[in-house]
Design a protein around this ligand. Sequence first.
Ligand code: ADP
Ligand code: MG
Length: 388
Amino acid sequence: MIQQLLDRWKEEFGEVWGAKLGRAPGRVNLIGEHTDYNDGFVLPCAIEPAVWILARAREDTRICLVSLNYNERHESDVNDLHRGTELSWSDYLLGVVSVFQQEGYASGGWDAVIGGDVPLGAGLSSSAAVEVATGTVLREMFQLPMEDREMALLCQRAENMYVGVQCGVMDQFASTFGKVDHALLLDCRSLEIRQVPAHLKDTEIVICDSKVQRNLSGSEYNIRRAQCREGVHVLREKFGERICALRDASLDDLEMCRERMSDPVYRRCRHVMTENPRVLEGVRSLESGDPAKFGRLMLESHRSLRDDYEVSCPELDLLVDLAIECRGVAGSRMTGAGFGGCTVSLVERSCLDQFCAHVISRYARKTGREPEIYVTRPGSGAAIVDVF
Ligand code: ADP
Ligand code: MG
């Protein structure tokens, strides 16, 4: 990837002297799904695939961006940033420039070549990788006095305000704070983070892309959020101000309110309230080097997402079923918002070949789709890379 960036740079901009190279990874959520907007816990890790940006400040105010993945060049001016009517890859970079500006972090013009191997739109957060890589090189080029946490939050804001996607903060935090062989416990209420050593031994993280587009995910996502709000409302009527979010109620509390809510709302709440403890138990099992235990929690999480939260789909269920038929699989679950996207499984290294052969052939036979499989370990977070 670095060589491709350098070659393209020479074609587009000539001499590479003085350029900075930034890198930011994609992420996968190991456990803790649909807990983020309920003030709960998530446990993602950075993955090895990443987005890379080679960039250099210019004397003027032009911004010239070249994408390897799209084979396109895009030019704009730092004093005239606005989103076009159609969303373009360049908006993910310009959004970060724009949000930095709003916060008083001034930058000038710059040239850049961007490329990466995080699959686009598969749910592994290539978008956050682009934003965080952009934030990382901007901070370096223009010597912006900005800490990681603020950078991650501003990148999230760029996706919310400029790109127009209402994502939570998990993706940008995972891409920023990822650490080799660690998962990241994020408390979505306090935004406190904890690096959790992931003693996976001979186990690999295997991501299977169902190749099903997450079409429903927007509208269904909003419905789930409304149902959670309704659950909070009912709990609050009974228990008062101590309930600000589903995080604040116990399963016993929920049972006492069961009659007062519809069955779907009850089950949505039950998912969130069982998922949070699963995340914390998952942390303990990783720390104690017990991937088998972690895998059982993943499977429970999947069943809860499938039956109580109802955000899975037949293809994701099939991928999980095929995975757990295989030898050496500790656990498997859907990851991301649902209705398509990926599953994540823990698979013993010696069983990987068999796993891939089994899942690919059976999945293709039943669905007519070829799944994509990525094998990774928890990777490092965003950084400036010294190549020269
Ligand atoms: P996800 O974050 O799940 O991969 P999104 O739809 O949120 O999917 O983000 C994908 C978009 O991010 C792409 O359509 C593209 O605009 C931008 N993007 C991702 N990776 C790159 C890249 N390597 N180069 C340029 N743009 C990218
Ligand atoms: Mg995204």
